[in-house]
Structure formats: C-alpha cells, structure tokens
Ligand binder design. Sequence first.
Ligand SMILES: Nc1ncnc2c1ncn2[C@@H]1O[C@H](COP(=O)(O)OP(=O)(O)OP(=O)(O)O)[C@@H](O)[C@H]1O
Length: 363
Amino acid sequence: MTTTTDTTAPAPTGKAVETVLDARGVTMRFGGLTAVRDVDLTVNSGEIVGLIGPNGAGKTTFFNCLTGLYIPTEGEVRYKGTVLPPKSFKVTAAGIARTFQNIRLFSNMTVLENVLVGRHTRTKEGLWSALLRGPGFHKAEAASRARAMELLEFVGLANKAEHLSRNLPYGEQRKLEIARALASEPGLLLLDEPTAGMNPQETRAAEELIFAIRDQGIAVLVIEHDMRFIFNLCDRVACLVQGQKLIEGTASVVQSDERVIAAYLGEPFEAAPGDEEAAEVAAAEKRAAEAATEETGGTKEAAGTGATAAPGTAEAPSGAAPADDTPATPADTTTPDDDTTPKATAPGDDTTPSSGPRKENDA
Ligand SMILES: Nc1ncnc2c1ncn2[C@@H]1O[C@H](COP(=O)(O)OP(=O)(O)OP(=O)(O)O)[C@@H](O)[C@H]1O
C-alpha cells in the first residue's frame, strides 16, 4: 500500500496531514451525456470539504464514483493511497461510508438494529457462527450492540433505540443514517444533502454533529444546497457546474466568486421589476379597480377580489415537500437503487437552490 502523505501543513491535531481521498481526472459518461468531466478532488485528514453546484451538476454521480456504485469512465480514486475496489461494500470495508440523498433506512427495523446493520463490515462473525450462536458470536454481538449504542448516544438517539425507524421524525431519520454510516468505522464520511428537508434548528444541530464527527478524526465530504450551512461548515469548497469543477477554495473565496453566484442564482434579469415597482403596479391596479366599481356600482366585494391581486401574489405554489421526504423503505445499504437511475433534472437545469451564497456569512 502506498500512502500519499503531505507533511507540509500540520493538521489541527498536530498530526501530519494525510491525503484521505484523492480523486484524479474522474469522468463519468452515460451514453452521450458526460455527467462528470475530469474532476480532481482531494480530502485531507481533519478536513470538512463541501461539494456544491446547481441541480444536475454531477455531484451525486461524482459521489457514486467515489463509493464504487459507478466505475468511472476515466480517472482514478484512491483512499489513503490505495486505488478503491469497484464494489461499494468493499469501498465501505476500505473506510469510506456514505449517506444518501434519499433516506435509506430499514423502516421496519428498530433504530438500534439499523445501526447494527451498519456494523456488518466490521464484524468477523460469519454465517456458521451466527447460526450456531456460540460464545464467540454472543461476545461479538454484545460488543456490536455496545458500539451501536455509543453511536446512538453520539447522534442523540439513544433514548429511541427501540423505536421503529419509520416512526422517527425526518431530522432524526437523517441522524440515524449518519449513525449507521459511522458504524462501519470510516475514515471518510460522504454526506449527500444531509440537511435536505430539515428545519433551521435541525440544520444547526446537523452542523454541530458534523463538526463533532470531524473532531473524532473522520474526514468529511458533504454535498449540500444550503449555502449558509456549507460555508459555515467547510474548510474547503469545490463547485461543480455541468460536470466540471468550476472553482475550489476556502468558503470566502468560493462564495464571493461571481461565476459561482451566477451558476447558482442565475444572471439577474435586467428588466425584472423590484419590490417597489411591483407595489406601484399593485396600487395602480387597485385604484383602477375601485374607480371601475364606482362607475358600474358593482359590489365592494367584487372590486376587492380583482383589485387586490397584485402581480406576483397569485396563489403561491404549494410548498413542495422535499423529494426524499418519503417513508424510508428497506434497502440494502450497499445496493442503492435511486441513484443509479437517471434523474429528471437535465444538465444545466438552473433551478434555483433553496438559498444562495450569502455574503453576510462570516465563514
Ligand atoms: N444513471 C444515470 N444514467 C444516465 N444519466 C444519469 C445517471 N445518473 C445521473 N445522470 C445524469 O447526470 C447528470 C448529473 O446528475 P447528478 O444527479 O449527479 O447531479 P447532482 O449535481 O447530484 O444534482 P442534484 O443536486 O439535483 O442532486 C444529470 O443530467 C443526470 O440526469
């Protein structure tokens, strides 16, 4: 095993910085579509690195290339110096764990059982041992349960160990996914939109949890659309646009980059009316409608109905539930399904993310 070690910069812990993940020239093509093009990315020990980009930019595809779900068309991925095997369970065993954009828990299992499933790559007991249930099996099982409880304590779910996972609120299901990923004792944790569908309090708690994970010596690579979250959290951020890495740097460099702002928010439409103009139009329409009512002697109610409908205040689209806010279904943690199917979002889809880069952020 060759280990890539960069000793030029000391890690926060005082230890030498080690390159945990080294992705070089990763390209992933699906027929004629190049979802990821020649992307390089490293994650060092002690780091939290963010991966951002508009919908369809190739972030999840890149994650899938890192975790053995996809074999990159070109390029190479190394974990602590060793080229990763092209099988997701082997990647997990090597030391990379992940969570999914769409929660994938075993909904009919308890919270504790879900974490125990995550430990399978770290337990040596085989089929015969499990069937015969000898002393070795019981000892290993007790150790696994103890570790699983420790992890539930760590994420704040110990008091719900015996609950069915499907009964947990959404934010807690996401925490449970993280606990399950940690159960494989990874050196690198990949989080795909960990705060999707969370309220601000849950998002803040998730931020604290990820800092705590980093403090335990686990490097983190996180995809997120919530820019405030990502710029608060990450030591470094890389932005993908249409499969290519547009920029990589510290939060302050990336969040003030005009290309990132343009890619995320879209170029402002020059003639777009501001709030003031919209209010003026609304007032003018109201006056006109009132005048018309007086002339025709129509009812006040009728006038009000038509007149007060200011442009842009037409019935707002109903708050779309997060795409992954569906009850978790039993799924093999190593055999995901959704991520292997093409998504509806086209490359370059400029759907505005939930929040854009915030300059006021002091990250
Ligand atoms: N298995 C697949 N087969 C064909 N095309 C795919 C496949 N997986 C992803 N794609 C396409 O690759 C492009 C990148 O998709 P990907 O899901 O990686 O983007 P993303 O940045 O993660 O988007 P989002 O933020 O919406 O999750 C999209 O155009 C998508 O339709």
